[in-house]
Design a protein around this ligand. Structure first.
Ligand SMILES: Cc1cc2nc3c(=O)[nH]c(=O)nc-3n(C[C@H](O)[C@H](O)[C@H](O)COP(=O)(O)OP(=O)(O)OC[C@H]3O[C@@H](n4cnc5c(N)ncnc54)[C@H](O)[C@@H]3O)c2cc1C
Length: 416
């Protein structure tokens, strides 16, 4: 019986192990943690958004880096295949807003349990607390793995599914990159992605906890537009976060530095500048004798009012009937162009995914096999691919894992 070692008991490693073992391979799954799927457990805020119930074309549109590399993986094993697999294993799924798919139970632990049960049924040998240290290479072929205790284990095939480096508390580290580099692979420098941003302006910190719904944002470096979208964002003790900001970070993969990177928030995207001015006029007309600082309640969340009053440079104690047209227009402009300078991204501790990783030019996209070392395969976040939120990153893990397992089984059959 041919043997396969899979490094990493996360989403990609478990999925690859299930399919490889079901096809007749003797599979050993090495996980350095004391249990499988630590990261999977925290996905989707503990609910696990395991894929996106969309057309295959839409999967590509949501991949930010190297989407073409995933052509075979997505076309041969798409989100419908993933859903079919889990439902056939008794995990009932539901589709929510934005086609996001979750277990009906809302429990990521049920996804892990389903995979664990299948691993057991398929006879996969799960090696917990076993850390891979080095790949064994003989005559340009990968022939096994050495663990951190120096134990040598030979194998006909090795799949590296050791993930990226975000959320180190789940076991994520640069282990996989270093092992692959040692056998000749190039690594695209890892960077945090789907990550909150730190801001220069102190007033952002004053707004900590404030969530803005239905705003639109534009992220620019100098004059170059990097990202534009509509939705929800959040102020934090260091700057900004929330869905719009995380997605914005994923569009900045090629950014070299943060000089002149500005986030502009339109607080009233449903109103044109003229409509907003009319609205402000009406508010001022209805509050003629009130001080400016006491008139914005119907327009803005309470927490934001002192900040906007300050940034507008209008005297907060001025009676609104004394506010000039110029001042009023300045206020309207501010509400549609609230600029925030970005200092940088937060680190891997807070990044949902890692951008960068194994250079995909050195991996066969039809098989996931290394072009540098025969019988070595890659799957999941270790590769230089990353996607937006919505279940797309896990779909990458499932699809690439399935493709690696399928190809290994085909190679095995050819050799028989
Ligand atoms: C907070 C958070 C929420 C997320 N939510 C979602 C979501 O809802 N939907 C979605 O699509 N994506 C989500 N993601 C992203 C998703 O979790 C990853 O894309 C996915 O887990 C990648 O799978 P993987 O198997 O490649 O890596 P991982 O799941 O990270 O698994 C890699 C495994 O390899 C092990 N390992 C590492 N080095 C070694 C070694 N040397 N020897 C042995 N084992 C090793 C690690 O301990 C780890 O268990 C989220 C990520 C985070 C951090």
């Amino acid at each position: 019986m041919k043997k396969c070692i899979i490094i990493g008991g996360g989403a990609a490693g478990m999925y690859a192990a299930v399919f490889a073992a079901a096809g007749g391979l003797d599979v050993s799954l090495w996980e350095k943690n004391e249990k499988l799927g630590k990261k999977l457990f925290i996905t989707g805020k503990g609910r696990c958004n395991l894929t996106n119930n969309c057309e295959t074309e839409a999967l590509f549109q949501n991949v930010m880096t190297n989407s073409k590399f995933l052509y075979s993986a997505f076309y041969q094993h798409n989100s419908q295949d993933v859903m079919k697999f889990f439902e056939s294993e008794g995990l009932w799924l539901k589709t929510e807003r934005g086609n996001r798919v979750f277990p009906e139970s809302d429990k990521s632990s049920d996804v892990i349990r389903t995979l664990e049960r299948k691993l057991k049924q398929s006879g996969v040998k799960v090696d917990l607390n076993r850390k891979a240290e080095k790949l064994i290479v003989e005559d340009g072929i990968c022939t096994g793995v050495v663990d951190s205790k120096g134990n040598v284990e030979k194998a006909d095939f090795v799949i590296m599914a050791s993930g990226g480096c975000s959320y180190p508390s789940t076991g994520a580290s640069e282990d996989g990159y270093r092992m692959a580099e040692t056998v000749g692979h190039s690594i695209v420098a890892p960077r945090p992605s789907l990550v909150p941003m730190e801001t220069v302006e102190d007033w952002c910190r004053e707004l900590m906890g404030l969530s803005l719904r239905n705003v639109s944002v534009v992220l620019k470096k100098g004059k170059k537009k990097l990202y534009e979208d509509f939705g929800e964002m959040l102020f934090t003790h260091f700057g900004v976060s929330g869905p719009l900001i995380l997605s914005g970070s994923a569009h900045c993969g090629k950014l070299k530095d943060f000089q002149d990177v500005v986030l502009t928030i339109d607080l009233k995207p449903a109103l044109s500048a003229e409509q907003l001015d009319d609205r402000i006029l009406r508010i001022f007309d209805g509050n003629k004798n009130k001080q400016f600082r006491n008139t914005l309640g119907g327009l803005l969340p309470n927490k934001l009012i002192p900040v906007i009053v300050r940034l507008s440079e209008i005297d907060p104690y001025k009676q609104v009937n004394l506010i000039s047209r110029e001042e009023r227009l300045r206020l309207g402009y501010l509400l549609k162009h609230l600029d925030i300078h970005i200092r940088g991204f937060r680190g891997f501790n807070e990044a949902i995914i890692t951008g960068g990783g194994i250079k995909v030019k050195e991996v066969n996209p039809k098989t996931m096999e290394s072009k540098i070392l025969k019988n070595l395969y890659f799957a999941g976040e270790i590769l230089d691919v990353d996607a937006l939120t919505g279940g797309f990153n896990l779909q990458i893990a499932w699809s690439t894992a399935w493709l690696a397992a399928k190809n290994i089984l085909e190679v095995m059959e050819d050799e028989l």
